[in-house]
Design a protein around this ligand. Sequence first.
Ligand SMILES: Cc1ncc(COP(=O)(O)O)c(C=O)c1O
Length: 400
Amino acid sequence: MTSQQAMALEEKYGAHNYHPIPVVLTRGEGVWVWDVEGARFLDMLSAYSAHNLGHAHPGVLAVAHRQLEHLTLTSRAFHNDLLGIFCRRLAEFCGLEMVLPMNTGAEAVETAIKTARKWGYQVKGVEREKAGIITCCENFHGRTTTIVSFSTDPAARDDYGPYTPGFTIIPFGDAAQLEQAITPNTVGFLVEPIQGEAGVKVPPDGYLSAVREICTRRGILLMLDEVQTGFCRTGKRFCHLYEDATPDILVLGKALGGGVMPVSAVVSRRDILGVFKPGEHGSTFGGNPLACAIGLAALDALEDPALMGNAMRQGERFRAALRDIRHPYVREVRGKGLLNAIELDPEKTSGRAVSEALMAKGILAKETHKNIIRFAPPLIINDDEMTWALDRISAVIRAL
Ligand SMILES: Cc1ncc(COP(=O)(O)O)c(C=O)c1O
């Protein structure tokens, strides 16, 4: 099948809820992917940071193959021999105590919201139906009807009402706004340590530790959504480790699935996740043995300190090289570790045009909003590959 045929089929039979870059991929290995015509590209999106380990990670694939032959799905009606091991491993990896496994990031966010509300009623003593959660402008936490209820992006939110009540939205990056928004009914503050989908918006230094302090002092839960920033993406195991900001509830997904399958989780303390009793929450696939095996293999690989070090070093190189260009159409180059973005002047060019120009040079990246391009390659990218990428990205920007 040619790329044109594949795209035509997708266009005709698939709903148009995405606007992909016009490339049809068929194979991936490490930082590289190939299209159906055999052209090679460097993947600088990594499936929105699900591919922190690169495509076809040998350790993860070997475990996945073994587990496929063994046992894949039991549902939670029965125990399986990997769930407990996975939960212990993930809890320890996060420095927390308990895990509730799910599949997608959005499900984990929903689980965090349910956890905070239940905790609010049962532990904090908030009046029934009154629990409030504070979120931030330009947040992205997923696509469910409840989550889009507190989205400020019209594309994500419009025409999906009636919306779920119980959310207050404050500006991102300003801890004083959180302090003011808290009421006696507030149960939690849900925030991304860096807003990925918003265009890699990095809050001021000290923001996370300040909101941590406020949440502790005011008796509400700090719920950090590290679905995109987690697992070494920003140069540390978790982005909150840049500051003194241990969350009460940590929401994880994407890279936890090793680039193979959806694996997500809420990780928290016993006094918080302990609110759930049998039948009160669940998922047919959450915590399945295949997911647990793959999650364990992914954690083994993600634990390698070289990965974080590489993300930190290559990220610094990336930002320094692109800042050096000083092109008038580039408003800002920003990010942490290997979660970076270029913000372009929307009056002069578009993120889409630049993404397509990058594709023509063998770089796959994707615009977010109209004028921002995110660059998030697999964390295994080596010096030569980064040089290769920077040569091409620089050439595209210089040609603007
Ligand atoms: C911070 C954050 N939370 C949640 C999600 C939702 O994850 P999923 O697409 O797996 O539902 C995303 C996805 O991009 C995300 O970036």
